[in-house]
Design a protein around this ligand. Structure first.
Ligand SMILES: [Zn+2]
Length: 150
C-alpha cells in the first residue's frame, strides 16, 4: 500500500496538466486507423510508434475543468527526429509557450525579468525534449483536415 494509489488534490485545476483517459485514447487511435493501419493524423504515414498529442499545448489552456475529448487530441507519428510528434515538440510547444507567457505578462503590464528560458516551465521538460529545442525551427507539414472520407 503506497501513496501511488491515493489521489491527491494539489494546487487546483489550473495547475494541472490534463491527460487523456484510456477511452479517449482508444477513440483517437480508432479514428486514426484506416484499412487496419494506424496513420499519423498530420502526415498520414502508417506509424509504428505514435504519441497522443494535445492539439493545444496544455500550458495555453485556461479551461482545465472541461474533460479532454478525442477532439482535443491527435495521433502523431513519433520515434524519429523528423516525426510529427518530435518536430511539434521542438518547434511548436516549447518556444510557443515561452512566447505566450511573455505576451501574457506584457498584456498585464508585468515587467518581465531577464529571460531565463525553460527554468520556470509549467511542467518538467525532459532531457530529450530540451535537446530537441536546440535544433531550431523546422517547417511543419500542412495540417490535414480531420474526418476526411477516404
Ligand atoms: Zn506524422
Amino acid at each position: 500500500m503506497g501513496n501511488a494509489s491515493r489521489e491527491v488534490w494539489r494546487a487546483g485545476p489550473q495547475m494541472s496538466r490534463r491527460e487523456f483517459s484510456t477511452a479517449v485514447k482508444v477513440e483517437i487511435i480508432k479514428r486514426a486507423t484506416h484499412g487496419g493501419q494506424i496513420r499519423c493524423d498530420v502526415c498520414g504515414v502508417a506509424v509504428k510508434k505514435f504519441q497522443i498529442d494535445h492539439k493545444i499545448a496544455e500550458a495555453y489552456v485556461t479551461d482545465k475543468i472541461r474533460k479532454l475529448t478525442a477532439d482535443d487530441g491527435q495521433l502523431l507519428c513519433s520515434g524519429t527526429p523528423d516525426s510529427c510528434h518530435d518536430r511539434k515538440t521542438a518547434t511548436d510547444d516549447v518556444p510557443g509557450i515561452a512566447r505566450a507567457k511573455r505576451r501574457e505578462a506584457a498584456e498585464l503590464g508585468v515587467r518581465t525579468s531577464p529571460v531565463k528560458p525553460l527554468q520556470s516551465a509549467a511542467f518538467a521538460v525532459s532531457e530529450r525534449t530540451a535537446k530537441r529545442v536546440d535544433r531550431g525551427p523546422k517547417e511543419m507539414p500542412p495540417r490535414r483536415a480531420m474526418f476526411v472520407e477516404e
